[in-house]
Write a protein that binds this ligand. Sequence first.
Ligand code: NAD
Length: 477
Amino acid sequence: MAVKKTDKHEEFDFFQAVEDNFEKAARHLSFPKGLLNQIKACNSVYQMRFPVKIGNEYQVIEAYRVQHSHHRMPTKGGIRYSLAVDQNEVMALAALMTYKCAIVDVPFGGAKGGIKISPRNTPEAVLENITRRYTSELIKKNFIGPGIDVPAPDYGTGEREMAWILDTYMTFKPGEIDGYGCITGKPVSQNGIRGRTEATGRGVVYALNEICSYADDMKKLGLTTGLKGKKIAVQGLGNVGFHAANIIQEYGAIVVAICEQEGSIHNPKGLDVQAVFNHRKATGSLKDFPGAKNLKTNLAGMEVDCDILIPAALENQITATNAPNIKAKIIAEAANGPTTPEAEKILIKKGVMIVPDIYINAGGVTVSYFEWLKNLSHVRFGRMNKRFEEKNQEALVNLIEEMTGKKLSDKEKGRVIHGGDEIDIVNSGLEQTMIEAYKEIRKFWKDTKKCESLREAAFAVAINKIGNSYYSMGVFP
Ligand code: NAD
């Protein structure tokens, strides 16, 4: 499906860039061309226009839902609110979701939605109206449902929008027993799951912790192992950027620069991420944060001296223009598509390790999967086994105390006996997922000598799994 480049993509045709990455990776596999074409193609594209009354006027809203791959159902992917939304972008993001789900073994096909509005400049009541109307359009065309297509938050959306979508869906489908599974990223009070809000950012940190544990890879980059003491620059202090930056500090990393739309700030000694967030909330800008220097442009914070750069805003941010100035040794693509193909060439030549979006920001969809499982099983994780585990652990501790004649302190006992709550189980499942997926990608990267980048390896791992799924389905004998 050819989609023309838009003005926004003058240097960068997002969907084409995803297809190009696919082609490069597919060279390492031996699937027939027809099968590769099937994996690559967007299966369903729903483009809609609907009227919404704003004040005394009607406005026509442009919106999309793209289901990239039906090889596994339901399909899954976030909904984005931004003035930059267009069909090319939503198709690209939906395709990335397919590969992302395959990489982290989440049994969904990829999808994505988008509404062309500015959430910042739209009053809440209008946003609600638009969200509910968009949901009813999806219901009308059977584009939403726990076994059909399950949206989630993305750029410009969060728990609030997911709750509106859920409420609209349930109004149209009363009594649908698994109805809560029609959307993820819901508030916990609406059958959401603990840990989903911060899951993408937390997943980025778990991934980086694993990546930085390989001494030979770090040596090649001129870095020591571990996150402790690593200098971090972050672009975007929204859901993903804030949580990634905040959580990475717990590992001893130092966040030295943060960029937002209004500007960027720098402090080589480190910024307190929560304090910067509070300052921005209170003043409307991250500029003039005490102790930090305001940099000249909002992109300048990406070019400071640092070890890891985390772009967590939008696509098309690291381009041929600023790539030569980037000093980071590792780029962790928390956002989708932040690096253009031209920039990637420059960075690879410089020896930079680019950790691709389809792996490193997969924490969100992983925990969305856990939320969906919770909704279908109608029980919170940990509810059935927490006390049972604690009693077993306690019996074991008592036995050890009796046998050794030594007593543990109450604090030590508490730590050993603690049974898993929902948040513990979610975070542990997320960490395991991010580690396993990286091991798989890294193995392909190391084993396949002609593999140029981690991105190529990640795409190949994903295509291989999807291709084999088509084979076992019997579609391609
Ligand atoms: P968000 O809306 O919560 O935050 C994005 C932030 O980026 C906002 O604070 C915005 O002001 C800032 N921003 C926009 N343009 C900028 C610019 N030019 N320079 C600096 N900052 C800028 O969105 P989010 O959910 O954090 O998503 C960010 C990225 O992560 C997107 O690419 C999205 O597709 C991707 N992602 C999100 C999730 C998720 O669970 N939310 C999961 C996977 C990937």
